[in-house]
Design a protein around this ligand. Sequence first.
Ligand code: ADP
Ligand code: GLC
Length: 492
Amino acid sequence: MKIVFCASEGVPFSKTGGLADVVGALPQALAANGHEVQVILPRYKATKPAKVHPNGRSVTLALSGSFRYANVQDAGESGGVRTYLVDLPQYFDREGLYTVNGKDHPDNHLRFAAFSLACIEFLKRSGTAPDILHCHDWQSALLPVYLKSLYRGDDFYSKTGVVFTIHNIGYQGLFPPSILPEISVDSSLYTMEGLEFWGKVNLLKGGLVYSDYITTVSRKYAEEIQTAEFGYGLEGILAKRADRLQGILNGVDYDVWSPANDKHIAAKYGPQDLAGKQACKKALLQAMGAASPVLDRPVIGIVSRFAAQKGFDLIAGIAEQLMAMDLYIVALGTGEPQFEELFRTMAAKYPDKFLVRVGFDVALSHQIEAGSDMFLMPSRYEPCGLNQIYSLKYGTVPVVRATGGLDDTIEPFGGKTGTGFKFSDYTPEALLGAIEQAVACYRQPKAWRQVMINGMKKDFSWSNSAKQYIKVYQAARKTKSELKAASAASNA
Ligand code: ADP
Ligand code: GLC
């Protein structure tokens, strides 16, 4: 199959969170199964392609009643996957992928409408229609909308199956209805069955309504988003399309995330030889400025977007109790000001135990995975979560809330089996209970070694999930050819 990913971020070109890791790795796992896979991303200011190849194309986009020109650059092939970058400096050559100084770019609707149209036009000009267009989150949710409206009569895309993946239903791309003419969407789509959502235009909803199949990134989250607690108002539409909705767990690119070959860490290690992990712990504590590192004190690592989703209000509730315990917190993150403030304040108050870096730092994120003893993810909701899965391979024992992908990937340690510590109630007390349990286990070296090794032996590589995606693609193609046959018959 010819499969094309259209997404707003992907490593190594751009990244704010886990979407980028998925878009960087899943296409390669699909290519390894013999498929032709391409990825199309915006070219941001921070996007640094190693080399731009000459066979790019320029495309014309009709938006807001005028024409814009995008240059779609060929950024080369890696792991059997070719990546194209939509170069539209007016929209993408600026600070911040989606926000700047904590605020959304005011023209996000135009930016991602232009990106979506550029993908559609570029593929048309390339001559061969994709069998599958795979779109991700609200930023590329306009592709299915355009294919069902502006390009409805266009034979080129008539056999293309469209798959839409929800990485996070908490971000929906909500805009006032006045944007519709600006993004070339006809007002006839602004209905309850279409893009309308409580008086606003909801772009994510467009992706859910107009795609052939919908996936999300864990089995449990696929169930959760059909409920009012987790669906953010879209539970009804998802329940209606439940026969087209599937949860497929994200995988891990172990070429990037493994202590056996991680280029960012102080010493390599694996389950047979854990000595390197202690060296990584020492290096991490030193890098974070611990005055005289105490190596038998457990380090609890955090690497996260600082967003309400991630459960930091729970940490705020027990921060003082944590600091009364014999442990270190090492946190890296950036995001909402109130959480940045919380972490900065705690770091200032406990400079030897609460070690914080506010910012986005890929190398440090790897060093925290390797140098910590435990990894904390107390999320309110978590579609999949990648860091807890990375942590397993690094022998860094996850302490997680039992929600979404965290629940699907971490089994509670029961003395022999299990890979981490889990709590269910969204309360500071429940979180504290799980941390106390983990710290008590850490003090029993034999049991601790067991839980570490159990996790390190787990395999979450992409190959299994890639096979599940291929089945969804095949179903989406089948739906499309049946639809085409049906419409040919009715026109005959
Ligand atoms: P989400 O996509 O919701 O942010 P995930 O757990 O799926 O959560 O993925 C987060 C990804 O982003 C991981 O690769 C993590 O290491 C990375 N990450 C998050 N915050 C930072 C940061 N401040 N610096 C570097 N990497 C980060
Ligand atoms: C989202 C989710 C996260 C998931 C990631 C990749 O950002 O918040 O849980 O792992 O997408 O699918």
